[in-house]
Design a protein around this ligand. Sequence first.
Ligand code: CAA
Length: 240
Amino acid sequence: MARVALVTGGTRGIGEAISIALNTAGYTAVANYGGNDDAARLFTERTGIPAYKFDVSDYAAVESAIAMIARDIGPVEVLVNNAGITRDGVMHRMTFEQWNAVIQTNLASCFNLSRAVIDSMRERGFGRIVNIGSVNGQSGQYGQVNYAAAKSGIHGFTKALAQEAAAKGITVNAIAPGYIDTDMVRAVPPHVLEKIIARIPVGRLGKAEEIARTVLFLVAEDAGFITGSTISVNGGQHMY
Ligand code: CAA
């Protein structure tokens, strides 16, 4: 039976590419989304991949959604914690709401989702968890104390959970994308984005599919010895 692979934020941007790549590779892909119903409907029409709407920052909502997916489709054996938002602003103008929204959506979500699937992964003796971090969690970023803190937290979360889960056949890894050509990056002011691209040795933004292929590598059946690692996919922008 094909393994069920859940991708949070899986109907748009990097997540969409990951959902499609998993589906094409023979997994039973399931996408989560938070708000954009139209994008999710079009995504499902186009790909045939079911989309479940729930807020990844809401522990109780995640718990019941995972139970529903298990009933509808099967237990999640591959989890990609991809959902993320930005609320950029310099510290001296950042509000508590900007801080908290990013910490809850980008970091607390990793706890919420992983907690909801870990018992069944442990029982089955198999699991693959991939957390999408960021170059900005590795290097910091002007205007992103919230985002850099959350993404940096993901890298610590990954290493701690990898140690706990290893004995049960569960691997936990992170990918640190650089600037990928998505709506999120296109929202960066053009004069800023120009400077950022000038600092990427490969000379361009990354493609969502370039992150998706890294996910496929990490979740493969024969990737059981890779755990607690972070793979940077950033065009050489930051060599960690
Ligand atoms: N890298 C380099 N320089 C940056 C920068 C960045 N990421 N962000 C801002 N700066 C520079 C600007 O170029 C500008 O320099 P100059 O005065 O020399 O032109 C200076 O900082 C001030 O910037 P603004 O004029 O834009 O100031 P502002 O107060 O109006 O806005 C800001 C500040 C909200 C931080 C805005 O600059 C901004 O949104 N910056 C983008 C921050 C960013 O990189 N976000 C990443 C989003 S994508 C993502 O997060 C995905 C991922 O994982 C990689």
